[in-house]
Design a protein around this ligand. Structure first.
Ligand SMILES: [Zn+2]
Length: 89
């Protein structure tokens, strides 16, 4: 990916192992800007940056056990619904 400053970004990640949470994000090699963060709980993607704010990064920074559980349940529930619909078709 390309940063707004024109340099290349590289994929980086941060882990909070106690919560089984992982944040993937792009970091610019030149200016250090972080973008396109995605938050995973137990390897299920639960939050992405919305393009306006740093939603996934904020969630990751403020994450506690209850929030991680709630996000995972919401994302997991949606995925189950998706697979159910597919199997009906
Ligand atoms: Zn940059």
């Amino acid at each position: 990916m390309q940063c707004k400053c024109g340099s290349e970004t590289k994929l980086n990640e941060a882990v909070r192992s106690r919560l089984k949470a992982r944040l993937e994000f792009q970091v610019c090699k030149a200016c250090g800007r972080v973008s396109n963060a995605e938050l995973f709980v137990k390897e299920v993607k639960v939050v992405v940056d919305d393009g306006v704010g740093a939603t996934a990064r904020q969630q990751f920074a403020n994450l506690d056990a209850d929030t991680a559980k709630a996000l995972f349940a919401r994302a997991g529930g949606l995925q189950r619904g998706f697979y159910h619909q597919r199997s009906v078709i």
